[in-house]
Ligand binder design. Structure first.
Ligand code: AMP
Length: 590
C-alpha cells in the first residue's frame, strides 16, 4: 500500500503528490501527519526548511477542512512573500484533485484588490505574511470566526522580523478553540514563549536533536586574511566548476558590490536584496531557479523563504550578525534529502564566531584549505574535458562546415588539436593563477601577525576603516530611507562617488556613514543649507559619540513604523526581539 495512504491521506491527494514525485513520507511527515490528522492537538515542530514540512501540515489540513463550505478555515502565517507563494502553490498542487478547495496567498508588495477579490470569491485556506494580513483584517474584508487551524510557519523568522505584535493582533480575530501548529527551525526562548502563550499542552516534535542543522550539510570554514577574502572566494568557486550556490553578504551594499565585481570578472552571478523592486527580484529569482544564474548573491532578508532544490553550496561571504541566521542560510542547501556544503570565509578574529555557531548547530565544522592555484587550474581543465565529452553534437547543423574545419586542421596532429581546444578556456585560468600565492592563514598564527594594515582588497572591510571618517547625519529610516537611498541621497547632494562611502549604519532618526578622508570636506560643504522635508539637514563628525547614541536609540525605537508589509523594517535589520509584554530584548548577537 502507498505509505501516505497508510498515514491516513485519501487517494485523491495521494495521487496528486505521487505525480510530484513523493513516493514515501519524509521523517517529519511520517511523524507529524498522524498527530495533526487527529486534529485535536496544538503542535510544535522543530524542523529545518527542506525537510518536507509544508506537506507535513498541508496534507493534514486538506484532510481536515470542509471544502463544501466557502469560508476561511485554515490560516497559515509565514515570514516572507516568497515562502507565502511557495506554500500556497504547494498546497494547490496537493489539492489538485479536490475541485472545491480554494487557497489564497496574501502578501505585501502585490496588488491588494486581486487578493481581496479572491477572498470574496470564497476560500478555505489563507496563506499570508503578517503585514498584509493585518491590512486586510483592518479593512474588515475577511472573517476568521470559523478558522479551525492556524499554522505559524518559520516562527523564529517571524519573530526575527518583529512580527510578534502583528501576529498577536491577527490571532485575536480567530476563535479560542482553534488549534495552533507552530513550525520553527530554531527554538530560541522567544519561540518557546509564543508556544506557551498560544497553545495548550502542544504535542512537540523535534526532528534530529534540538537546533541541529540538517545532517546532510557539511559545514566548512576557510581562514583567510580579510584582504584576501574576495580572491579566496573566487578560487573556491573556480575549483567547483559545477557550483550552484547562494552567497550571503551582510549588507545590501556589499551584496551589490560583490555581484557587480563577479559579473565584471566573468561569473554568472546576480544580486538579490531589498533595494531591488519586486519585479527585479522576481526576475533574478526566475533566472536562478532556471539555473541561468550560477551564483545568487543575497542578503539574509532577501533570501528568506527561497526554496530552490539542488543548491550545492551556501557561501557565507560574511558571517551573519545573528547566530540564528546561520541555520537559515545553511538550510538553503541539502534540501529534500540531497547533500550540500555550507562554507564560511573568516579571518582570525572571527574564529571565535565559528566556535559559537558550531555550538548552535551542534556539529563540528571542518577547516578547509583555499585551493592552491595549480589545483584550481587542474579542476577547470578536467571540467572542460568533461564538458567536451558530454556536449551533444548537432550533426545536421555542423556537417556542412566539417570539410572546411577538417581542412583547417589538416596540418595538426590529434594531440595538437586536443591541446589547442583545451587551451581555449584553460589559458584564462592558467594566466590568472600563475604564481598565485597561498591564501590560507594558519589559525595558530597570532592575530597581530595578520597583515591587518593592508588596504588592497576592496571587500576586506575590516582593513578599510583608517582611511575613512565616520560622519553623522540627522536623517534615518523614519524618513523612509533605506541604506541604498541614503547612499544615493548623499552622493547626489554632495557630488561624491558612491565608492567614497564606506559602511552605512542606518538608525531611526539618524545615520552614521563612513566617507573617504579625502571626500569629507566635500560632504560638509555639500550639506550646507540643505533642507529635507522642511527640516534642516545636519552633518557632523561622529567622533566618539556613535556607539552610545546607537545603543540608546536601540532601546527607545519602536518597531512599528507603519509600513504595512514591514518590508523596509525587515530589510533594515530590526535588531532585536520585543516580547509579549512589549519589552525589547536583544537577540543573541556575537
Ligand atoms: P519543504 O521543507 O516543505 O520546503 O520541502 C522541501 C522540498 O521537498 C520541496 O521541494 C518538496 O516538494 C519536497 N518534498 C516534500 N515532501 C516530499 C516527499 N515525501 N518526497 C519527495 N519530496 C518531497
Amino acid at each position: 500500500m502507498n505509505p501516505f495512504i497508510e498515514l491516513g491521506i485519501r487517494h485523491d491527494i495521494v495521487n496528486a503528490i505521487t505525480e510530484l514525485g513523493f513516493e514515501k513520507p519524509t521523517p517529519i511527515q511520517e511523524q507529524a501527519v498522524p498527530v495533526l490528522l487527529a486534529g485535536s492537538n496544538d503542535f510544535v515542530g522543530l524542523a529545518q526548511t527542506g525537510t518536507g514540512k509544508t506537506a507535513a501540515f498541508g496534507l493534514p489540513l486538506l484532510e481536515l477542512l470542509d471544502f463544501s463550505q466557502k469560508h476561511p478555515q485554515a490560516l497559515i502565517l509565514c515570514p516572507t512573500r516568497e515562502l507565502c507563494l511557495q506554500i500556497s502553490k504547494d498546497i494547490e498542487k496537493y489539492a489538485k484533485n479536490l475541485p472545491d478547495a480554494r487557497v489564497v496567498a496574501v502578501y505585501g508588495g502585490a496588488n491588494i484588490s486581486d487578493q481581496l477579490r479572491q477572498i470574496r470569491r470564497g476560500v478555505q485556506i489563507v496563506v499570508a505574511t503578517p503585514g498584509r494580513m493585518l491590512d486586510i483584517i483592518g479593512r474588515k474584508a475577511i472573517d476568521f470566526s470559523n478558522v479551525r487551524y492556524v499554522v505559524l510557519d518559520e516562527a523564529d523568522e517571524m519573530l526575527n522580523m518583529g512580527f510578534q505584535e502583528d501576529i498577536n493582533n491577527i490571532l485575536s480575530t480567530t476563535p479560542e478553540e482553534k488549534k495552533t501548529w507552530l513550525f520553527s527551525a530554531t527554538m530560541p526562548a522567544e519561540v518557546r514563549r509564543i508556544a506557551k502563550k498560544y497553545m495548550t499542552d502542544p504535542h512537540e516534535l523535534t526532528m534530529g536533536t534540538k537546533n541541529t542543522g540538517n545532517e546532510n550539510i557539511e559545514h566548512q570554514y576557510y581562514v583567510v586574511r580579510a584582504r584576501d577574502k574576495y580572491p579566496a572566494f573566487k578560487r573556491i568557486v573556480d575549483s567547483n566548476p559545477q557550483i550552484f550556490g547562494i552567497v550571503f553578504c551582510r549588507t545590501k551594499i556589499e551584496t551589490q558590490e560583490i555581484a557587480e565585481t563577479l559579473i565584471k570578472d566573468g561569473y554568472n552571478a546576480d544580486a538579490l536584496h531589498g533595494d531591488l523592486s519586486q519585479q527585479q527580484r522576481d526576475k533574478v529569482m526566475r533566472r536562478y531557479r532556471d539555473r541561468s544564474l550560477q551564483l545568487l548573491i543575497a542578503t539574509d532578508v532577501a533570501a528568506r523563504g527561497i526554496d530552490v532544490n539542488n543548491v550545492t553550496h551556501v557561501i557565507n561571504y560574511s558571517l551573519p550578525d545573528e547566530i540564528e541566521n546561520y541555520t537559515h542560510r545553511s538550510g538553503r542547501t541539502a534540501r529534500a534529502g540531497k547533500t550540500g556544503i555550507s562554507l564560511s570565509l573568516v579571518n582570525l578574529k572571527e574564529l571565535g564566531k565559528i566556535r559559537q555557531i558550531e555550538k548552535v548547530v551542534g556539529k563540528s565544522f571542518v577547516k578547509a584549505e583555499v585551493p592552491k592555484g595549480e589545483a584550481v587550474v587542474e579542476k577547470q581543465l578536467f571540467a572542460l574535458i568533461e564538458k567536451v565529452q558530454q556536449v551533444s553534437v548537432s550533426e545536421n547543423h555542423i556537417d556542412p562546415y566539417l570539410p572546411k574545419i577538417m581542412e583547417s586542421f589538416a596540418e595538426l596532429s590529434k594531440e595538437d588539436i586536443v591541446k589547442r581546444f583545451a587551451s581555449l578556456e584553460f589559458n584564462r585560468f592558467l594566466e590568472y593563477y600563475q604564481n598565485a600565492p597561498d591564501l590560507n592563514v594558519d589559525p595558530s598564527e597570532s592575530r597581530g601577525s595578520e597583515r591587518s594594515k593592508g588596504k588592497s582588497d576592496r571587500f576586506g572591510r575590516d582593513e578599510y576603516k583608517s582611511d575613512y571618517t565616520r560622519l553623522f547625519i540627522n536623517l534615518g529610516s523614519v524618513d523612509e530611507f533605506t541604506r541604498g537611498d541614503i547612499l544615493g541621497y548623499i552622493c547626489n547632494t554632495t557630488q561624491i562617488s558612491g565608492k567614497a562611502i564606506g559602511k552605512i549604519d542606518l538608525k531611526g532618526v539618524y545615520t552614521f556613514f563612513e566617507v573617504e578622508n579625502a571626500s569629507v570636506d566635500k560632504v560638509f560643504s555639500g550639506f550646507q543649507h540643505i533642507d529635507f522635508n522642511g527640516r534642516s539637514v545636519r552633518v557632523e563628525n561622529a567622533g566618539e559619540r556613535g556607539a552610545d547614541e546607537g545603543r540608546s536609540e536601540k532601546r527607545n525605537r519602536s518597531f512599528r513604523n507603519g509600513d504595512g508589509g514591514g518590508r523596509k523594517r525587515r530589510e533594515n535589520g530590526g535588531g532585536g526581539f520585543r516580547d509579549f509584554s512589549g519589552r525589547r530584548r536583544e537577540k543573541s548577537r556575537w
